[in-house]
Design a binder for this molecule. Structure first.
Ligand code: PGA
Length: 249
């Protein structure tokens, strides 16, 4: 499968900055056809991003969505609203959603099922905290998050999901998991997929996220079970995000 390089702008960049970003980024990567590209801007920048990347190789995703289609949920955005403007992917269960906004596996499961129903491709994020790694419970945490949000999903939907391993201690800290540590977690996630999907587990992309930069992207993606990256800080500048995309080739 082609590598997937995904950017998560988090709560950064304005709608008015999207056009300049897209011009610089597309000038660098517009012709790279060996890699799949995705950008997840904030909700207000989504329409500008969908417009700027129309007819390009870059897909546009959201960073979150509500677990129901519509209703009295002041301040929330529904998946239907995202799909309606041309968004194709949605991040779910990002560690900031889990640990800053208190989302649990049950809620993430509801969002994931709805995203599939609406034709949005979910990217399910999982990852352990520093103290969980230090106490040796990384695999137990990954299994709990995986089963809590994917355990009851049909094999068909599971096979159409993207998984992202994002160790919480590596996000925004400058501490990247070594390629070996990342590969070990990815192999474990692949085995969890394999328990349900058998051979087809190899077709589900598992992305690595956590302080990915142009300097470490190629080595991370050379690992057998790392199918791409989810990039926060280094996706905010088109040149560094483009350098990461080129590191796949
Ligand atoms: P980072 O964020 O690359 O800034 O560490 C990654 C993420 O949270 O997806």
């Amino acid at each position: 499968m082609k590598k997937l390089v995904a950017g998560n702008w988090k709560m950064n960049l304005l709608p008015s900055q999207v056009s300049d970003y897209s011009k610089s980024f597309l000038a660098e990567v517009g012709k790279l056809d060996g890699v799949d590209l995705l950008l997840c801007p904030s909700d207000t920048a989504l329409p500008a991003a969908v417009e700027a990347f129309r007819n390009s190789r870059v897909r546009v995703g959201a960073q979150n969505m509500h677990s129901t289609r519509s209703g009295a949920f002041t301040g929330e955005t529904s998946g239907e609203m995202l799909a309606d403007i041309g968004v194709t992917h949605v991040l779910l269960g990002h560690s900031e959603r889990r640990h800053v906004f208190g989302e649990d596996d049950e809620l993430i499961y509801a969002k994931l099922v709805l995203a599939h129903k609406l034709g949005l491709k979910p990217i399910l994020c999982v990852g352990e905290k520093q103290e969980q790694r230090e106490s040796g419970s990384t695999e137990q945490v990954l299994r709990e998050q995986f089963e809590g949000s994917l355990g009851r999903v049909s094999n068909e939907l599971l096979a159409a999901t993207i998984v992202a391993y994002e160790p919480v201690w590596a996000i925004g800290t400058g501490l990247t998991a070594t390629p070996e540590i990342a590969q070990q977690a990815h192999r474990f996630l692949r085995s969890l997929l394999g328990e349900k999907l058998g051979e087809a587990a190899s077709t589900v992309p598992i992305l690595y996220g956590g302080s990915v930069k142009p300097a470490n992207a190629a080595e991370l993606m050379s690992q057998p079970d790392i199918d791409g990256v989810l990039v926060g800080g280094a996706s905010l500048k088109p040149d560094s995000f483009a350098a990461i995309a080129k590191a796949t080739l």
